[in-house]
Ligand binder design. Structure first.
Ligand SMILES: *Cc1c(COP(=O)(O)O)cnc(C)c1O
Length: 371
């Protein structure tokens, strides 16, 4: 049995689609706006190495990650492949991380006065320290709040030694084109920029790019859109699907009317039914909330998940599929052209981001397109 056949499901990541999405997002921007790529959480679960290399070969020279180890892995990978890039560390300068950040040429995002002071004191001794300054305009998560900003604008020497290359903030509701908070955050961001007199700025994630040029500034930070997740709700997705997931049928059985399926006996067959059990479960990131709610596809035919999702198994009702078309070993589309990660997320009660970052470690993985 080869590796692919041993696995319960095959995950295929289309790097050509990924590159097309990056090119599409970049095409929305003015020529002098930098299109960075957010590759935190193992490139949204799709694999840092293939994703970052393909993006680098597509002309991307700025990357954002969340954790210092992600930044260091990315730096090593890019260096190994003779690629130069700016690597921005969203989670900032934690106590004791200064010398590693410096050594690996990472640009931290400074999220508080404490981080500014920490990086400044390191910078004054060592030199050559860049940073992005993060201002909170409505997330209440990371970034200087208005109180900290007041202190900083009265005492800009707190950042002595630091070359602040960008001001940044993050939109809370960019996925909703009608949200009034978008413009409110932009206005506040502009006000803060004027006060600090730092010119270069970054505000937009994927959805922010699609909100229009006023949100673009000098650098944008798309993640989701690159991976094919629809950035703005209730709009047609103009991005290409990057992820395809097919689960393997282990067994097919016919059950009488009135039999129950799975734990808790939450599904009862309304007719004599043919059921297919597939070797994927919540242990693979296939959400348990998809029990009696999710779908798969066999060819062009939609088959519903019946009963609860188990750790390693799901059961589909395949009564509508002609018998000769399915056998054990037949692959069921779990994410693909008929049922996107966003579709699956909607049925699971979550967002495509969580579907991608939850993609299981047990899947066999295959990449389409060159690095
Ligand atoms: C994750 C993240 C992004 C990317 O957002 P998408 O919606 O995936 O495009 C951009 N900026 C910050 C600060 C983030 O944390």
């Amino acid at each position: 049995m080869d590796d692919a056949n041993r696995a319960g499901a095959h995950l295929t990541v289309d790097l050509n689609a990924l590159a097309a999405n990056y090119a599409f997002l970049k095409s929305q921007l003015a020529d002098d706006t930098v299109c960075a790529a957010v590759v935190k959480a193992d490139a949204y679960g799709l694999g840092l190495e293939p994703v970052a290399l393909r993006l680098a070969h597509s002309g991307c020279n700025s990357f954002f990650v969340a954790l210092i180890d992600e930044a260091i892995s990315l730096r090593s990978l890019l260096t190994e492949h003779n690629q130069k890039a700016d690597i921005f560390l969203l989670n900032g300068v934690e106590n004791g991380s200064e010398s590693e950040i410096h050594q690996f040429g990472i640009t931290p995002v400074l999220n508080s006065l404490a981080e500014i002071e920490r990086w400044s004191s390191y910078a004054k001794q060592n030199g050559g320290c860049k940073a992005v300054l993060h201002l909170d305009t409505g997330m209440s998560r990371l970034g200087l709040d208005s109180r900290e900003l007041n202190i900083f604008s009265d005492k800009p020497e707190l950042a002595d030694g630091i070359d602040i290359t960008y001001l940044m903030s993050h939109l809370a509701c960019a996925d909703d084109r009608t949200a009034t908070k978008n413009k409110k955050q932009r206005d506040l961001f502009n006000q803060y920029r004027n006060r600090l007199g730092i010119k270069k700025a970054s505000l937009a994630n994927s959805a922010g790019i699609l909100l229009g040029a006023k949100y673009h500034y000098d650098l944008v930070r798309p993640g989701a859109g690159i991976y094919g997740i629809q950035p703005i709700i209730n709009e047609i997705n103009s991005l290409s699907q990057v992820v395809n997931l097919k689960g393997k049928i282990l067994q097919i059985r016919t059950v009488d009317t009135g039999e129950t399926v799975g734990y808790g006996a939450t599904y009862q067959t309304p007719r004599t039914s043919r059921l297919a059990t597939v070797a994927v479960g919540y242990g693979d990131g296939y959400f348990r909330t998809l029990g009696n709610r999710g779908f798969g596809y066999i060819g062009k035919t939609r088959v519903p998940v019946v009963g609860r999702v188990s750790m390693d198994l799901i059961t589909f009702d395949i009564t509508d599929i002609p018998e000769h078309e399915v056998t054990p070993g037949t692959m069921v589309e779990l994410i693909g052209p008929h049922y996107s990660a966003d579709n699956l997320a909607a049925d699971a009660g979550t967002i495509g981001y969580e579907v991608l970052t939850g993609l299981g470690a047990r899947y066999s993985r295959n990449y389409i397109g060159s690095l």
